[in-house]
Design a protein around this ligand. Structure first.
Ligand code: FAD
Ligand code: SF4
Length: 567
Protein backbone atom coordinates (compact mmCIF):
# COMPACT_ATOMS: atom_id res chain seq x y z
CA UNK A 1 0.00 0.00 0.00
CA UNK A 2 1.19 3.49 -0.74
CA UNK A 3 0.24 6.85 0.60
CA UNK A 4 0.62 9.80 -1.73
CA UNK A 5 0.23 13.32 -0.46
CA UNK A 6 -1.90 15.72 -2.43
CA UNK A 7 -2.07 19.18 -0.93
CA UNK A 8 -3.50 18.92 2.53
CA UNK A 9 -5.04 15.51 2.17
CA UNK A 10 -3.77 12.01 1.68
CA UNK A 11 -5.10 9.51 -0.73
CA UNK A 12 -4.38 5.98 0.25
CA UNK A 13 -4.92 3.06 -2.03
CA UNK A 14 -5.49 -0.48 -0.91
CA UNK A 15 -3.45 -3.51 -1.94
CA UNK A 16 -6.24 -4.76 -4.15
CA UNK A 17 -6.83 -1.44 -5.86
CA UNK A 18 -10.19 0.03 -6.76
CA UNK A 19 -11.31 -3.08 -8.60
CA UNK A 20 -11.99 -5.03 -5.47
CA UNK A 21 -15.11 -3.06 -4.61
CA UNK A 22 -18.40 -4.91 -4.90
CA UNK A 23 -20.81 -3.42 -7.40
CA UNK A 24 -24.21 -4.46 -6.17
CA UNK A 25 -26.77 -1.69 -6.93
CA UNK A 26 -26.93 -0.83 -3.23
CA UNK A 27 -23.18 -0.48 -3.09
CA UNK A 28 -22.96 1.69 -6.20
CA UNK A 29 -25.47 4.00 -4.61
CA UNK A 30 -23.51 4.00 -1.39
CA UNK A 31 -20.27 4.75 -3.19
CA UNK A 32 -21.75 7.65 -5.12
CA UNK A 33 -23.17 9.11 -1.94
CA UNK A 34 -19.84 8.65 -0.24
CA UNK A 35 -17.87 10.17 -3.10
CA UNK A 36 -20.08 13.25 -3.27
CA UNK A 37 -19.94 13.65 0.51
CA UNK A 38 -16.16 13.34 0.35
CA UNK A 39 -15.90 15.99 -2.37
CA UNK A 40 -18.07 18.37 -0.38
CA UNK A 41 -15.95 17.93 2.71
CA UNK A 42 -12.52 17.81 1.08
CA UNK A 43 -11.94 14.36 2.47
CA UNK A 44 -9.96 11.70 0.70
CA UNK A 45 -11.48 8.39 1.37
CA UNK A 46 -9.30 5.49 2.19
CA UNK A 47 -9.09 2.62 0.25
CA UNK A 48 -10.71 0.00 -1.54
CA UNK A 49 -10.25 -2.96 0.68
CA UNK A 50 -11.49 -6.48 -0.07
CA UNK A 51 -15.18 -6.11 0.70
CA UNK A 52 -17.56 -8.62 2.17
CA UNK A 53 -20.53 -9.45 0.05
CA UNK A 54 -24.19 -9.16 1.03
CA UNK A 55 -25.79 -6.74 3.43
CA UNK A 56 -22.54 -5.36 4.84
CA UNK A 57 -20.83 -4.88 1.50
CA UNK A 58 -18.86 -1.65 1.32
CA UNK A 59 -19.24 -0.81 4.99
CA UNK A 60 -16.26 -0.82 7.30
CA UNK A 61 -16.88 -3.22 10.11
CA UNK A 62 -15.38 -0.99 12.73
CA UNK A 63 -14.31 2.63 12.59
CA UNK A 64 -11.22 3.07 14.74
CA UNK A 65 -10.83 6.61 16.02
CA UNK A 66 -7.35 8.07 16.48
CA UNK A 67 -7.44 11.52 18.08
CA UNK A 68 -4.72 14.16 17.86
CA UNK A 69 -3.16 13.15 21.17
CA UNK A 70 -3.38 9.42 20.46
CA UNK A 71 -0.55 9.04 17.96
CA UNK A 72 0.73 5.76 19.36
CA UNK A 73 0.97 2.65 17.24
CA UNK A 74 0.07 0.53 20.27
CA UNK A 75 -3.09 2.58 21.00
CA UNK A 76 -5.85 0.41 22.46
CA UNK A 77 -8.27 1.58 19.75
CA UNK A 78 -5.94 0.02 17.15
CA UNK A 79 -5.50 -3.32 18.90
CA UNK A 80 -7.05 -6.24 16.99
CA UNK A 81 -7.40 -4.03 13.90
CA UNK A 82 -8.38 -5.94 10.79
CA UNK A 83 -6.99 -3.92 7.86
CA UNK A 84 -9.27 -5.74 5.43
CA UNK A 85 -12.47 -4.65 7.16
CA UNK A 86 -11.74 -1.89 9.64
CA UNK A 87 -11.04 1.74 8.89
CA UNK A 88 -8.97 4.21 10.93
CA UNK A 89 -10.63 7.61 11.31
CA UNK A 90 -8.63 10.77 11.93
CA UNK A 91 -9.89 14.32 11.75
CA UNK A 92 -8.44 17.81 11.91
CA UNK A 93 -11.26 19.84 13.40
CA UNK A 94 -11.07 23.63 13.47
CA UNK A 95 -12.89 23.59 16.80
CA UNK A 96 -9.80 22.17 18.49
CA UNK A 97 -7.90 25.32 17.52
CA UNK A 98 -10.72 27.74 18.28
CA UNK A 99 -12.87 26.66 21.27
CA UNK A 100 -10.20 28.54 23.15
CA UNK A 101 -7.56 30.35 21.09
CA UNK A 102 -4.61 28.09 20.33
CA UNK A 103 -0.97 29.18 20.00
CA UNK A 104 0.06 28.76 16.36
CA UNK A 105 2.88 26.42 17.39
CA UNK A 106 0.43 24.21 19.31
CA UNK A 107 -1.89 23.86 16.32
CA UNK A 108 1.02 23.21 13.94
CA UNK A 109 2.47 20.59 16.28
CA UNK A 110 -0.80 18.66 16.54
CA UNK A 111 -1.59 18.82 12.82
CA UNK A 112 1.92 18.02 11.67
CA UNK A 113 2.26 15.10 14.08
CA UNK A 114 -1.16 13.79 12.99
CA UNK A 115 -0.24 13.96 9.31
CA UNK A 116 3.09 12.24 9.89
CA UNK A 117 1.32 9.52 11.88
CA UNK A 118 -1.27 9.11 9.14
CA UNK A 119 1.50 8.61 6.60
CA UNK A 120 3.22 6.06 8.83
CA UNK A 121 0.00 4.09 9.18
CA UNK A 122 -0.50 4.24 5.44
CA UNK A 123 3.05 3.07 4.81
CA UNK A 124 2.26 0.09 7.00
CA UNK A 125 -0.68 -0.80 4.82
CA UNK A 126 -3.45 0.38 7.12
CA UNK A 127 -6.50 2.13 5.67
CA UNK A 128 -7.04 5.65 7.00
CA UNK A 129 -9.99 7.96 6.49
CA UNK A 130 -8.34 11.32 7.11
CA UNK A 131 -10.19 14.62 7.19
CA UNK A 132 -7.79 17.47 6.60
CA UNK A 133 -8.51 20.95 7.80
CA UNK A 134 -9.83 22.72 4.73
CA UNK A 135 -11.71 25.93 4.40
CA UNK A 136 -15.16 24.37 4.39
CA UNK A 137 -14.55 21.40 6.65
CA UNK A 138 -16.80 20.89 9.64
CA UNK A 139 -15.70 22.86 12.62
CA UNK A 140 -16.58 20.32 15.34
CA UNK A 141 -14.97 16.94 15.74
CA UNK A 142 -18.27 15.40 16.81
CA UNK A 143 -20.11 16.87 13.80
CA UNK A 144 -17.46 15.52 11.45
CA UNK A 145 -17.84 12.07 12.98
CA UNK A 146 -21.64 12.26 12.72
CA UNK A 147 -21.36 13.02 8.99
CA UNK A 148 -18.94 10.14 8.45
CA UNK A 149 -21.05 7.71 10.44
CA UNK A 150 -23.91 8.47 8.05
CA UNK A 151 -21.68 8.23 5.00
CA UNK A 152 -19.68 5.15 5.96
CA UNK A 153 -22.25 3.34 8.13
CA UNK A 154 -19.79 1.25 10.11
CA UNK A 155 -21.08 -1.52 12.35
CA UNK A 156 -19.32 -0.07 15.36
CA UNK A 157 -16.92 2.62 16.53
CA UNK A 158 -13.87 1.80 18.65
CA UNK A 159 -12.07 4.57 20.49
CA UNK A 160 -9.62 5.08 23.34
CA UNK A 161 -10.58 7.32 26.27
CA UNK A 162 -10.05 10.91 25.16
CA UNK A 163 -7.76 13.36 26.95
CA UNK A 164 -10.52 15.95 26.96
CA UNK A 165 -13.90 15.32 28.54
CA UNK A 166 -15.65 17.62 26.04
CA UNK A 167 -14.23 15.65 23.12
CA UNK A 168 -15.11 12.23 24.54
CA UNK A 169 -18.66 13.32 25.37
CA UNK A 170 -19.14 14.81 21.91
CA UNK A 171 -17.87 11.73 20.08
CA UNK A 172 -19.93 9.37 22.21
CA UNK A 173 -23.09 11.35 21.56
CA UNK A 174 -22.35 11.47 17.83
CA UNK A 175 -22.32 7.66 17.90
CA UNK A 176 -25.49 7.45 19.97
CA UNK A 177 -27.17 9.95 17.62
CA UNK A 178 -26.23 7.83 14.61
CA UNK A 179 -27.29 4.60 16.32
CA UNK A 180 -23.79 3.16 16.02
CA UNK A 181 -22.48 1.21 19.02
CA UNK A 182 -19.30 2.68 20.47
CA UNK A 183 -16.66 0.86 22.47
CA UNK A 184 -14.50 3.19 24.60
CA UNK A 185 -11.30 1.42 25.58
CA UNK A 186 -9.02 2.23 28.47
CA UNK A 187 -5.97 4.31 27.60
CA UNK A 188 -3.31 1.83 28.64
CA UNK A 189 -0.46 4.19 27.78
CA UNK A 190 -0.75 5.57 31.31
CA UNK A 191 1.03 3.89 34.19
CA UNK A 192 -1.94 3.98 36.57
CA UNK A 193 -5.12 2.65 34.96
CA UNK A 194 -8.32 4.53 35.82
CA UNK A 195 -9.80 1.73 38.02
CA UNK A 196 -6.53 1.44 39.97
CA UNK A 197 -6.53 5.19 40.51
CA UNK A 198 -10.14 5.03 41.68
CA UNK A 199 -9.22 2.37 44.22
CA UNK A 200 -6.35 4.49 45.51
CA UNK A 201 -8.45 7.68 45.66
CA UNK A 202 -11.51 6.10 47.26
CA UNK A 203 -12.32 7.65 50.65
CA UNK A 204 -9.59 10.31 50.38
CA UNK A 205 -10.61 13.91 50.93
CA UNK A 206 -7.48 15.13 49.17
CA UNK A 207 -5.30 13.66 46.43
CA UNK A 208 -1.74 14.43 47.48
CA UNK A 209 1.32 13.81 45.35
CA UNK A 210 3.44 12.53 48.19
CA UNK A 211 0.98 9.72 49.04
CA UNK A 212 0.24 8.81 45.46
CA UNK A 213 3.90 8.84 44.46
CA UNK A 214 4.93 6.50 47.28
CA UNK A 215 2.04 4.23 46.37
CA UNK A 216 3.23 4.14 42.74
CA UNK A 217 6.85 3.54 43.75
CA UNK A 218 5.83 0.60 45.91
CA UNK A 219 3.45 -0.76 43.32
CA UNK A 220 5.91 -0.58 40.42
CA UNK A 221 9.12 -1.19 42.38
CA UNK A 222 10.67 1.83 40.67
CA UNK A 223 13.60 3.24 42.69
CA UNK A 224 12.94 0.72 45.45
CA UNK A 225 15.36 -1.70 47.10
CA UNK A 226 14.09 -4.34 49.54
CA UNK A 227 10.87 -2.42 50.08
CA UNK A 228 12.72 0.82 50.91
CA UNK A 229 13.30 3.88 48.71
CA UNK A 230 16.64 3.81 46.87
CA UNK A 231 19.16 6.19 48.43
CA UNK A 232 17.25 6.11 51.72
CA UNK A 233 14.83 8.91 50.80
CA UNK A 234 11.58 9.20 48.89
CA UNK A 235 12.59 12.52 47.45
CA UNK A 236 15.74 14.53 46.99
CA UNK A 237 14.23 17.99 46.77
CA UNK A 238 16.45 19.32 49.52
CA UNK A 239 19.41 18.74 47.14
CA UNK A 240 17.49 20.46 44.36
CA UNK A 241 15.70 23.81 44.13
CA UNK A 242 18.92 25.77 43.67
CA UNK A 243 19.13 29.20 42.05
CA UNK A 244 22.04 30.10 39.80
CA UNK A 245 23.40 33.01 41.79
CA UNK A 246 24.79 36.08 40.03
CA UNK A 247 27.01 34.10 37.66
CA UNK A 248 24.01 32.52 35.91
CA UNK A 249 23.63 29.04 34.47
CA UNK A 250 26.84 29.01 32.40
CA UNK A 251 26.84 27.01 29.22
CA UNK A 252 23.59 25.04 28.86
CA UNK A 253 23.55 22.26 26.23
CA UNK A 254 20.85 23.31 23.76
CA UNK A 255 18.18 20.66 23.14
CA UNK A 256 18.11 18.79 19.86
CA UNK A 257 16.13 20.89 17.37
CA UNK A 258 14.04 19.49 14.52
CA UNK A 259 13.86 21.78 11.51
CA UNK A 260 10.38 21.74 9.96
CA UNK A 261 10.20 19.35 6.99
CA UNK A 262 8.05 19.93 3.91
CA UNK A 263 4.94 18.51 5.53
CA UNK A 264 5.35 20.67 8.63
CA UNK A 265 5.98 23.75 6.48
CA UNK A 266 2.76 23.00 4.60
CA UNK A 267 0.88 22.89 7.91
CA UNK A 268 2.55 26.13 9.04
CA UNK A 269 1.28 27.89 5.94
CA UNK A 270 -2.19 26.45 6.53
CA UNK A 271 -2.25 27.63 10.15
CA UNK A 272 -1.07 31.13 9.21
CA UNK A 273 -3.82 31.23 6.59
CA UNK A 274 -6.64 29.78 8.69
CA UNK A 275 -5.83 31.28 12.09
CA UNK A 276 -4.02 34.57 11.43
CA UNK A 277 -5.24 36.05 14.74
CA UNK A 278 -4.07 33.10 16.88
CA UNK A 279 -1.50 33.96 19.53
CA UNK A 280 2.19 33.15 19.26
CA UNK A 281 4.63 32.77 16.42
CA UNK A 282 6.18 29.96 14.38
CA UNK A 283 9.68 31.30 13.75
CA UNK A 284 11.14 29.09 16.53
CA UNK A 285 9.18 25.94 15.71
CA UNK A 286 11.53 22.96 16.12
CA UNK A 287 9.47 20.37 18.01
CA UNK A 288 9.68 16.64 17.32
CA UNK A 289 6.69 15.63 15.18
CA UNK A 290 7.36 11.92 14.64
CA UNK A 291 8.12 9.02 16.93
CA UNK A 292 11.64 8.74 15.53
CA UNK A 293 12.29 12.39 16.33
CA UNK A 294 10.73 12.04 19.77
CA UNK A 295 13.03 9.10 20.55
CA UNK A 296 16.01 11.18 19.45
CA UNK A 297 14.83 14.03 21.71
CA UNK A 298 14.54 11.61 24.64
CA UNK A 299 18.03 10.27 24.05
CA UNK A 300 19.39 13.82 23.81
CA UNK A 301 17.79 14.79 27.14
CA UNK A 302 19.02 11.69 28.96
CA UNK A 303 22.58 12.19 27.74
CA UNK A 304 22.97 15.92 28.00
CA UNK A 305 20.50 17.44 30.45
CA UNK A 306 19.18 14.82 32.87
CA UNK A 307 22.37 14.80 34.99
CA UNK A 308 21.83 18.46 35.94
CA UNK A 309 18.01 18.36 35.83
CA UNK A 310 17.55 17.93 39.59
CA UNK A 311 19.50 20.78 41.17
CA UNK A 312 18.23 23.52 38.84
CA UNK A 313 14.72 22.43 37.98
CA UNK A 314 13.24 25.46 39.77
CA UNK A 315 15.67 28.08 38.44
CA UNK A 316 14.86 30.61 35.71
CA UNK A 317 17.09 32.73 33.52
CA UNK A 318 16.45 35.34 30.82
CA UNK A 319 16.91 33.95 27.31
CA UNK A 320 17.16 30.32 28.51
CA UNK A 321 13.74 28.75 28.00
CA UNK A 322 14.77 25.13 28.48
CA UNK A 323 17.78 25.06 30.81
CA UNK A 324 18.04 21.40 31.90
CA UNK A 325 14.39 20.55 31.38
CA UNK A 326 13.35 17.61 29.24
CA UNK A 327 11.20 19.42 26.67
CA UNK A 328 9.38 16.10 26.27
CA UNK A 329 5.87 16.91 27.52
CA UNK A 330 4.49 17.67 24.06
CA UNK A 331 5.83 14.43 22.54
CA UNK A 332 4.49 12.47 25.50
CA UNK A 333 1.09 14.12 25.42
CA UNK A 334 0.75 13.47 21.69
CA UNK A 335 1.55 9.81 22.25
CA UNK A 336 4.85 9.83 20.36
CA UNK A 337 6.62 8.74 23.55
CA UNK A 338 5.24 6.54 26.30
CA UNK A 339 5.78 7.40 29.97
CA UNK A 340 7.10 3.92 30.65
CA UNK A 341 9.93 4.23 28.14
CA UNK A 342 10.77 7.74 29.31
CA UNK A 343 11.05 6.55 32.91
CA UNK A 344 13.02 3.48 31.86
CA UNK A 345 15.53 5.67 30.00
CA UNK A 346 16.09 7.79 33.12
CA UNK A 347 16.46 4.70 35.31
CA UNK A 348 19.00 3.23 32.91
CA UNK A 349 21.03 6.44 33.22
CA UNK A 350 21.06 5.94 37.00
CA UNK A 351 22.15 2.30 36.66
CA UNK A 352 25.00 3.08 34.29
CA UNK A 353 26.17 5.96 36.46
CA UNK A 354 25.57 8.72 33.93
CA UNK A 355 22.99 10.59 36.08
CA UNK A 356 22.82 11.01 39.87
CA UNK A 357 19.90 9.81 41.95
CA UNK A 358 18.78 13.36 42.88
CA UNK A 359 18.17 14.12 39.19
CA UNK A 360 16.70 10.75 38.29
CA UNK A 361 14.35 10.66 41.29
CA UNK A 362 13.29 14.28 40.65
CA UNK A 363 12.50 13.42 37.03
CA UNK A 364 10.77 10.09 37.70
CA UNK A 365 8.57 11.82 40.30
CA UNK A 366 7.21 14.11 37.57
CA UNK A 367 6.24 11.20 35.33
CA UNK A 368 5.27 8.41 37.73
CA UNK A 369 3.89 10.90 40.26
CA UNK A 370 2.52 14.18 38.97
CA UNK A 371 1.60 13.15 35.45
CA UNK A 372 -0.35 10.09 36.59
CA UNK A 373 -1.91 11.87 39.55
CA UNK A 374 -3.34 14.77 37.54
CA UNK A 375 -4.64 12.40 34.92
CA UNK A 376 -6.47 10.30 37.52
CA UNK A 377 -7.82 13.42 39.21
CA UNK A 378 -9.08 14.84 35.90
CA UNK A 379 -11.02 11.72 34.98
CA UNK A 380 -12.42 11.47 38.49
CA UNK A 381 -13.52 15.09 38.89
CA UNK A 382 -14.79 16.03 35.44
CA UNK A 383 -16.97 17.67 34.29
CA UNK A 384 -17.55 19.79 37.42
CA UNK A 385 -13.85 20.45 37.98
CA UNK A 386 -13.71 23.34 35.51
CA UNK A 387 -16.31 25.28 37.52
CA UNK A 388 -14.40 25.21 40.80
CA UNK A 389 -13.56 28.59 42.30
CA UNK A 390 -12.88 27.98 45.98
CA UNK A 391 -11.24 31.37 46.54
CA UNK A 392 -14.07 33.20 44.78
CA UNK A 393 -11.75 34.97 42.40
CA UNK A 394 -13.47 37.10 39.78
CA UNK A 395 -10.92 39.50 38.30
CA UNK A 396 -10.56 39.39 34.49
CA UNK A 397 -7.27 38.06 33.11
CA UNK A 398 -5.06 41.09 32.32
CA UNK A 399 -4.73 41.73 28.62
CA UNK A 400 -0.94 41.51 28.78
CA UNK A 401 -1.19 37.73 29.19
CA UNK A 402 -1.88 37.65 25.45
CA UNK A 403 0.78 40.18 24.42
CA UNK A 404 3.56 40.12 27.00
CA UNK A 405 3.30 43.88 27.38
CA UNK A 406 3.71 44.12 31.13
CA UNK A 407 5.79 46.52 33.20
CA UNK A 408 6.99 43.57 35.30
CA UNK A 409 10.20 42.20 33.82
CA UNK A 410 9.45 38.64 34.95
CA UNK A 411 6.00 38.58 33.33
CA UNK A 412 7.29 40.25 30.19
CA UNK A 413 10.15 37.74 29.89
CA UNK A 414 8.07 34.62 30.56
CA UNK A 415 5.03 35.58 28.47
CA UNK A 416 7.32 36.78 25.67
CA UNK A 417 9.06 33.40 25.77
CA UNK A 418 5.71 31.59 25.68
CA UNK A 419 4.60 33.62 22.66
CA UNK A 420 7.87 32.76 20.88
CA UNK A 421 8.18 29.09 21.83
CA UNK A 422 4.79 27.88 23.14
CA UNK A 423 6.81 26.70 26.12
CA UNK A 424 7.72 27.72 29.66
CA UNK A 425 9.09 25.35 32.25
CA UNK A 426 7.18 24.38 35.36
CA UNK A 427 8.35 27.12 37.71
CA UNK A 428 7.81 29.82 35.11
CA UNK A 429 4.22 28.54 34.76
CA UNK A 430 3.59 28.06 38.47
CA UNK A 431 5.56 30.85 40.13
CA UNK A 432 5.39 33.65 37.57
CA UNK A 433 2.30 33.58 35.34
CA UNK A 434 0.23 31.36 37.66
CA UNK A 435 1.32 33.14 40.82
CA UNK A 436 0.44 36.57 39.47
CA UNK A 437 -3.07 35.45 38.43
CA UNK A 438 -3.61 33.82 41.84
CA UNK A 439 -2.43 36.88 43.79
CA UNK A 440 -4.45 39.24 41.61
CA UNK A 441 -7.55 37.05 42.07
CA UNK A 442 -8.28 36.17 38.43
CA UNK A 443 -11.34 34.04 37.60
CA UNK A 444 -9.90 30.49 37.44
CA UNK A 445 -11.73 29.58 34.23
CA UNK A 446 -10.03 32.46 32.42
CA UNK A 447 -6.65 31.30 33.71
CA UNK A 448 -7.48 27.76 32.58
CA UNK A 449 -8.34 28.97 29.08
CA UNK A 450 -5.08 30.85 28.86
CA UNK A 451 -2.97 27.83 29.84
CA UNK A 452 -4.90 25.61 27.46
CA UNK A 453 -4.29 28.12 24.68
CA UNK A 454 -0.66 29.03 25.04
CA UNK A 455 1.43 25.87 25.40
CA UNK A 456 2.41 23.29 22.82
CA UNK A 457 1.88 20.54 25.40
CA UNK A 458 -1.57 21.70 26.50
CA UNK A 459 -4.15 18.94 26.70
CA UNK A 460 -6.97 19.39 29.17
CA UNK A 461 -6.39 16.29 31.32
CA UNK A 462 -2.97 17.60 32.34
CA UNK A 463 -3.49 21.33 32.01
CA UNK A 464 -6.71 21.71 34.06
CA UNK A 465 -5.57 20.08 37.34
CA UNK A 466 -2.23 21.88 37.13
CA UNK A 467 -3.93 25.22 36.58
CA UNK A 468 -7.07 24.97 38.68
CA UNK A 469 -5.68 22.72 41.39
CA UNK A 470 -1.97 23.30 41.77
CA UNK A 471 -1.67 26.87 40.56
CA UNK A 472 -4.96 28.62 41.42
CA UNK A 473 -6.15 26.56 44.44
CA UNK A 474 -9.58 26.70 42.80
CA UNK A 475 -10.39 23.15 43.91
CA UNK A 476 -10.05 24.21 47.54
CA UNK A 477 -7.09 21.97 48.28
CA UNK A 478 -8.06 18.72 46.59
CA UNK A 479 -4.66 18.58 44.85
CA UNK A 480 -2.39 21.04 46.70
CA UNK A 481 -2.14 21.18 50.47
CA UNK A 482 -1.77 24.97 50.42
CA UNK A 483 -1.79 27.73 47.83
CA UNK A 484 1.53 28.24 46.05
CA UNK A 485 2.02 31.87 47.05
CA UNK A 486 5.21 33.86 47.42
CA UNK A 487 6.37 37.44 47.17
CA UNK A 488 8.71 38.91 44.56
CA UNK A 489 11.58 37.77 46.77
CA UNK A 490 11.08 34.21 45.54
CA UNK A 491 11.42 35.29 41.90
CA UNK A 492 14.47 37.34 42.84
CA UNK A 493 16.12 34.29 44.41
CA UNK A 494 15.34 31.92 41.54
CA UNK A 495 16.05 34.13 38.51
CA UNK A 496 17.78 37.20 37.13
CA UNK A 497 14.50 38.95 36.22
CA UNK A 498 14.44 41.39 39.14
CA UNK A 499 17.87 42.74 38.26
CA UNK A 500 16.43 44.32 35.14
CA UNK A 501 13.15 45.47 36.65
CA UNK A 502 11.94 48.92 37.66
CA UNK A 503 10.25 47.42 40.71
CA UNK A 504 11.89 46.34 43.94
CA UNK A 505 10.98 42.84 45.16
CA UNK A 506 11.68 43.83 48.78
CA UNK A 507 9.08 46.61 48.79
CA UNK A 508 5.35 46.19 49.25
CA UNK A 509 4.21 49.83 49.20
CA UNK A 510 5.05 52.92 47.20
CA UNK A 511 5.57 53.38 43.46
CA UNK A 512 8.62 51.09 43.34
CA UNK A 513 6.94 48.25 45.18
CA UNK A 514 7.02 44.93 43.36
CA UNK A 515 3.43 44.06 42.36
CA UNK A 516 4.01 40.44 43.41
CA UNK A 517 5.10 41.54 46.88
CA UNK A 518 2.18 43.94 47.36
CA UNK A 519 -0.31 41.37 46.12
CA UNK A 520 1.26 38.63 48.23
CA UNK A 521 0.51 40.51 51.47
CA UNK A 522 -2.87 41.49 50.13
CA UNK A 523 -3.62 37.82 49.36
CA UNK A 524 -2.73 36.83 52.93
CA UNK A 525 -4.94 39.62 54.20
CA UNK A 526 -7.92 38.74 51.97
CA UNK A 527 -7.77 35.03 52.83
CA UNK A 528 -6.83 35.34 56.48
CA UNK A 529 -9.94 33.59 57.72
CA UNK A 530 -9.55 30.54 55.51
CA UNK A 531 -5.86 29.87 56.10
CA UNK A 532 -4.74 31.50 59.34
CA UNK A 533 -5.37 28.38 61.41
CA UNK A 534 -4.37 25.82 58.80
CA UNK A 535 -1.36 23.81 60.07
CA UNK A 536 0.53 24.11 56.71
CA UNK A 537 0.01 27.84 56.34
CA UNK A 538 -0.29 29.29 59.83
CA UNK A 539 3.31 30.54 59.89
CA UNK A 540 2.84 32.69 56.79
CA UNK A 541 -0.28 34.25 58.22
CA UNK A 542 1.43 34.86 61.58
CA UNK A 543 3.87 37.10 59.69
CA UNK A 544 0.91 39.07 58.38
CA UNK A 545 -0.16 39.65 61.98
CA UNK A 546 3.18 41.41 62.57
CA UNK A 547 2.60 44.08 59.91
CA UNK A 548 1.68 47.42 61.42
CA UNK A 549 -1.86 48.55 60.54
CA UNK A 550 -0.78 51.61 58.56
CA UNK A 551 1.38 49.52 56.31
CA UNK A 552 -1.48 47.13 55.76
CA UNK A 553 -3.75 49.98 54.68
CA UNK A 554 -1.11 51.17 52.19
CA UNK A 555 -0.78 47.62 50.84
CA UNK A 556 -4.53 47.29 50.43
CA UNK A 557 -4.69 50.62 48.56
CA UNK A 558 -1.89 49.68 46.23
CA UNK A 559 -3.36 46.23 45.62
CA UNK A 560 -6.68 47.83 44.68
CA UNK A 561 -4.85 50.11 42.24
CA UNK A 562 -3.03 47.11 40.72
CA UNK A 563 -6.33 45.33 40.30
CA UNK A 564 -7.86 48.32 38.56
CA UNK A 565 -4.86 48.74 36.28
CA UNK A 566 -2.59 45.65 36.18
CA UNK A 567 1.06 46.59 35.63
P1 FAD B 1 10.28 18.71 32.75
O1 FAD B 1 10.31 19.80 33.75
O2 FAD B 1 11.57 18.34 32.19
O3 FAD B 1 9.57 17.45 33.41
C1 FAD B 1 9.61 16.17 32.80
C2 FAD B 1 8.25 15.65 32.47
O4 FAD B 1 7.49 15.43 33.64
C3 FAD B 1 7.40 16.57 31.61
O5 FAD B 1 7.71 16.39 30.26
C4 FAD B 1 5.99 16.13 31.96
O6 FAD B 1 5.58 15.06 31.15
C5 FAD B 1 6.12 15.65 33.39
N1 FAD B 1 5.64 16.67 34.32
C6 FAD B 1 6.39 17.55 35.01
N2 FAD B 1 5.61 18.28 35.84
C7 FAD B 1 4.36 17.85 35.65
C8 FAD B 1 3.11 18.22 36.20
N3 FAD B 1 2.99 19.16 37.13
N4 FAD B 1 2.01 17.59 35.76
C9 FAD B 1 2.09 16.62 34.83
N5 FAD B 1 3.25 16.23 34.28
C10 FAD B 1 4.36 16.84 34.68
N6 FAD B 1 2.14 19.96 31.52
C11 FAD B 1 1.68 19.50 30.35
O7 FAD B 1 2.19 18.49 29.86
N7 FAD B 1 0.65 20.11 29.71
C12 FAD B 1 0.05 21.23 30.21
O8 FAD B 1 -0.86 21.77 29.60
C13 FAD B 1 0.54 21.74 31.44
N8 FAD B 1 -0.02 22.85 31.99
C14 FAD B 1 0.47 23.33 33.17
C15 FAD B 1 -0.13 24.47 33.73
C16 FAD B 1 0.34 24.98 34.91
C17 FAD B 1 -0.32 26.18 35.53
C18 FAD B 1 1.43 24.36 35.56
C19 FAD B 1 1.94 24.91 36.85
C20 FAD B 1 2.02 23.24 35.03
C21 FAD B 1 1.55 22.70 33.83
N9 FAD B 1 2.11 21.54 33.27
C22 FAD B 1 1.61 21.06 32.08
C23 FAD B 1 3.14 20.76 33.98
C24 FAD B 1 4.60 21.11 33.65
O9 FAD B 1 4.80 22.48 33.82
C25 FAD B 1 5.00 20.68 32.25
O10 FAD B 1 4.72 19.32 32.07
C26 FAD B 1 6.49 20.87 32.00
O11 FAD B 1 6.86 22.20 32.23
C27 FAD B 1 6.83 20.47 30.58
O12 FAD B 1 8.16 20.77 30.26
P2 FAD B 1 9.29 19.65 30.16
O13 FAD B 1 8.87 18.57 29.24
O14 FAD B 1 10.55 20.36 29.84
O15 FAD B 1 9.22 19.08 31.63
FE1 SF4 C 1 8.90 40.52 38.81
FE2 SF4 C 1 8.80 41.99 41.03
FE3 SF4 C 1 11.09 40.94 40.25
FE4 SF4 C 1 9.99 42.94 38.87
S1 SF4 C 1 10.74 43.02 40.96
S2 SF4 C 1 10.90 41.08 38.03
S3 SF4 C 1 7.82 42.47 39.10
S4 SF4 C 1 9.28 39.84 40.89
Amino acid sequence: MQGSRTGETTKITGPEGEASRSSTPMNVHGEKRLASEARRLHVHLAPAQPSPSGRDAGRPRRLRLVLGDQLSRGLSALADMDPARDLIWMCEAAEEATHVPSHKARTVLFLSAMRHFRDELAAEGLPVHYRALEREADTRLADALAVDLRALSPNAVVMTEAGDHRVETGLRSACVGAGVPVEVRADDRFLCPTPAFERWAMGRGSLRLEHFYRHMRRKTGVLMADGEPRGGRWNFDQDNRKGFGRQGPGLVPPPLAFAPDALTREVMALVERRFPQAPGGLARFDWPVTRAQALAALDDFIRHRLPAFGPWQDAMWTGEPYLWHARLSAAMNLGLLLPQEVNDAALTALEDGSAPIASVEGFVRQILGWRELVRGLYRREMPGYLDRNALEAHQPLPRFYWTGESGCTCLRAVIGQILDYGYAHHIQRLMVTGLFALLLGVEPREVHHWYLAMFVDAVEWVEAPNTLGMSQFADGGLLASKPYVASGRYIERMSDYCRHCRFDPARSEGPEACPFTTLFWDFLDRHRERFANHPRTALMWRNLGRLDPERLVAIRDRAAALRADPP
